[in-house]
Write a protein that binds this ligand. Structure first.
Ligand SMILES: Nc1ncnc2c1ncn2[C@@H]1O[C@H](COP(=O)(O)OP(=O)(O)OP(=O)(O)O)[C@@H](O)[C@H]1O
Ligand SMILES: [Mg+2]
Length: 240
């Protein structure tokens, strides 16, 4: 295991990207071009920018769902850009929770079994995982739906289930890609408040959003991407 001193960035950083470039196809403009940025432990950072500016690409690289073409990605003290598939899957299960615009729940599993899935994949004991799932469902106000199927739930309730699932393994980092994009304004605000409460309790959070109100209200810092680059390096969280 690498020690903190062996990896780039300050000790308090949960995320550190150095000169990260991602090109999906050779010969076309890269989706991300030489991005350097960091997010500190306990911080909530919003990522904004026009459609196609590279927001989801950035989140996927931080989540270890994809690898950069060049540059280094360090998350939770570990260099993840050079990990193989198996190591990357283990890294994701342990250190990162991610929620999406359309919830991505499995319709043929109950709410509780959806939440338990990442714990199962991480090899956690069923007993411990059920206790943790119960605690999260209660905290998110959806414990009475534990044995229901996602199809019966409202959008806001489904996103709460997705948040519980993302947090079941107590990851250092919660990533959210347009978490309110499929919700009405009032429900979106509820989810925003919920994410903000989680952050107040210490959860580091990166929030991709098109919604300036959500970013302004809940994120201490907004990083704006334009054409795959950080528009203002002063917002990147690293000494420029
Ligand atoms: N899997 C892929 N293969 C090829 N090109 C891709 C892939 N994913 C994204 N791109 C391209 O990379 C660029 C950045 O896409 P990305 O999805 O990161 O943008 P975004 O900022 O999340 O946009 P949106 O706000 O619409 O979600 C776009 O030009 C997109 O077409
Ligand atoms: Mg996107």
């Amino acid at each position: 295991m690498r020690r903190q001193q062996d990896v780039p960035g300050a000790p308090g950083d949960v995320i550190r990207l150095d000169n990260v470039t991602k090109a999906y196809q050779a010969g076309t403009a890269p989706a991300l071009a030489s991005v350097t940025m960091s997010v500190a432990n306990g911080e909530v950072a919003a990522i904004m920018g026009p459609s196609g500016s590279g927001k989801s690409t950035l989140l996927n690289l931080i989540a270890g769902l994809d690898r950069p073409t060049s540059g280094t990605v360090t998350v939770a003290g570990q260099r993840i850009d050079s990990l193989g598939e198996g190591a990357l899957a283990r890294f994701r299960a342990r250190h990162v929770g991610i929620i999406f615009q359309f919830f991505n729940l499995l319709d043929d599993l109950t709410v509780e079994d959806n939440v338990l899935l990442p714990a199962q994949l991480a090899g956690a004991s069923r007993r411990g995982a059920r206790a943790r799932a119960g605690e999260l469902l209660a905290r998110l106000g959806i414990d009475k739906h534990r044995d229901h199927y996602p199809a019966r739930l409202s959008g806001g309730q489904r996103q709460r289930v997705a948040i519980a699932r993302a947090l079941v393994n107590s990851p250092e980092l919660l990533l959210a890609d347009e978490p309110t994009g499929a919700l009405d304004t009032a429900t979106g605000q509820e989810i925003g408040r919920l994410l903000s409460e989680l952050n107040a309790a210490g959860q580091t959070l990166v929030l991709v959003t098109h919604d300036p109100a959500l970013a302004a209200r809940y994120a201490a810092r907004t990083v704006r991407l334009v054409d795959g680059q950080v528009a203002d390096p002063r917002t990147a969280g690293v000494g420029a």
